[in-house]
Design a protein around this ligand. Sequence first.
Ligand code: UD1
Ligand code: UDP
Length: 382
Amino acid sequence: MRTIKVMTVFGTRPEAIKMAPLALELAKRPEFEAVCCVTAQHREMLDSVLDIFQLKPDYDLNIMQPRQTLSAITSKCLNGMDGVLEQAAPDLVLVHGDTSTTFAGALAAFYHKIPVGHVEAGLRTYDKWSPFPEEMNRKMVGAIADLHFCPTLSNQENLARENIQKDVFVTGNTVIDALQTTVVKDFSFLEQILNNLDYVNRKVILVTCHRRENYGQPMTNIMTALRRVADAFPEAELVYPVHLSPVVQEAARKYLDQHPRIHLIAPLDVREMHNLMARCYLVMTDSGGLQEEAPALGKPVLVLRRETERPEAVAAGTVRLAGVEEEAIFQMAAQLLSDQGAYDKMAHAVNPYGDGRACCRIADAIAWHFGLRKAPPEAFGG
Ligand code: UD1
Ligand code: UDP
């Protein structure tokens, strides 16, 4: 039997978390030769994920620079990918999501006339500036890709509206596959503060905030609201693993430092993060991935953004858009901290994003596309 050489390309923490289980699934199957190329758009935050999943990349472009610009990331990825694609000559390149690595990886493959599979395809806000630059990245990759792996039916419908109808598969999100391997009942944290928190009698709020379109005033508003929440609710303990971006580090230190119940800590490895999420009271975030993980764990989420490309959990009632204005964020958090009824309404586990079998469906779809299986996989029905 001929083997299909499939190259996964990724560079940031969230891509790695969502691609690692897929890379491992491909490596397990005899019909594929799995090759992995990291751009290292993120360095430490990527390596942490590679360690946890024990994934050893075949190629590492090592491009990260402090305060890197979008153009620098894109051009370094493109240049680096040239040599890699020439040498490896894969049958298919898989990219994930909507980062600059995703866009450059897809474009490089296109230049080499190599088919592209887009994992986490079809998410849209229809606002080109928000999230920035991710909305355009995913649209451009959608235009380039030959295979589209949509987490949900509504993502597939988004692509259909753009006339992308061929080789579109609804698979669920691979992040749920990852989540099923990381959360355990008796977890001991490496980060000592997390072992010492009283998750039963205190209200632990997990915070993350990093998006480029929130830099500046929106981030100031968010941080000010978070401090007000900590001041107003003595039972609240805020845990914020701060993204390594110097812009974010500066804002977090400026507005949230020196508060006895705000814990600014280093980025957590993905196992620590998922287990903290499983134990916390509430999540406040502008992250994409957390909006998918927290609902699966039954945790209410306040989204610190103006819009979301993930409407499924909003419709299910476990995620609310809090926006980027201080007063609205404070009021929404205050309600969830003081009104048990309102909290209970949001705190139920829903899984619109996956059932843990997304990687299996994606691998099956690739095998079918290359004529190695008789039928495509059944769609995820979430
Ligand atoms: C990137 C993605 C964003 C994704 C986010 C996940 C783009 C344009 N943005 O944004 O879609 O949501 O990753 O976290 O692709 N840094 C380190 N060490 C690390 C990682 C980052 O020091 O391990 C610092 C560097 O100074 C770097 C800066 O963070 O220049 C920003 O990283 P970058 O990848 O450019 O942007 P993110 O905000 O992380
Ligand atoms: N995450 C992590 N450690 C942290 C913060 C986040 O492992 O300190 C994980 C989180 O659980 C999710 C992913 O990183 O799986 C989300 O990454 P991020 O918020 O950086 O990017 P986004 O999803 O917004 O693109």
